[in-house]
Write a protein that binds this ligand. Sequence first.
Ligand code: SAM
Length: 262
Amino acid sequence: MRKKRPLGQNFLIDKNMAAEIIRLADIPPEGRVVEIGPGHGVLTELLMGRAGSILALEIDPKLCRELTRKFKGRDKFQLIEADAMKYDYSAAGPKFKVVSNLPYYAAMPIMKRLLTYGSHITDMTLMMQKEVVDRLVAQPGHKEYGSLTVFTQFHCRVERLLEVAKTCFSPVPKIDSSVIRLTPLSQPPVQVNNMKTFFHVVHAAFFHKRKMLKNNLRTLQKLYPLDFQKIEDAGINLSRRGETLSLEDFASISNLLATNHD
Ligand code: SAM
């Protein structure tokens, strides 16, 4: 019988790759790091040689016991048995970096939760499924570009850092991974009058990926008075598909809707 791995436990076994990830994380000597899912501690051990202090969150009690034994007496290391999808990251300190080989099944909820604590986070060096990273860094017009892309690029600067072959893990997963750096922005990259409206427009635009923007925006009719002429006058061709719109375009549409609405 195949062993179940509901906790996304594909451990990094390539030591050179682990070292490269930590090098790219660029940890300053006194820096505070939150590591999510330390597992057997392959990244943690390397972080120990660089960071000022490390807070590790691990959900698996068995791994927590192993880590406690392994890093016993190391002052700079603190381990909390916790679910990273629920943890209150403001308790981790005023400012910290995040480093993680994220469990595949929970990568998105954890990333989204972390972004709600953006003001605490200097940056995050995260390993994730390659296809997810493709979506996070996508540019308008590409098939991977979608509401997740816009959400992420609205909240942070995104940089693809490294590709990691599935053979670097044990057990070997079915998919390749990539490492990405996300740097939370103190200000959104576009001027948006009403964030809720902005994300309403984004979700509507991608509702049916193959439909024209005009048809997708109609789904907002109950929430906002829609003036298509005004949107066209602002330079946005409504025959386009949502996937061709830049963050600036989404901002223009949502600012028009928010104005009509208020
Ligand atoms: N950092 C180790 C490495 O690189 O080998 C392990 C990475 S493994 C992909 C993901 C780790 O996250 C596992 O140790 C798993 O138990 C842990 N994990 C899974 N879900 C979690 C959650 N919701 N909160 C905290 N840790 C979790």
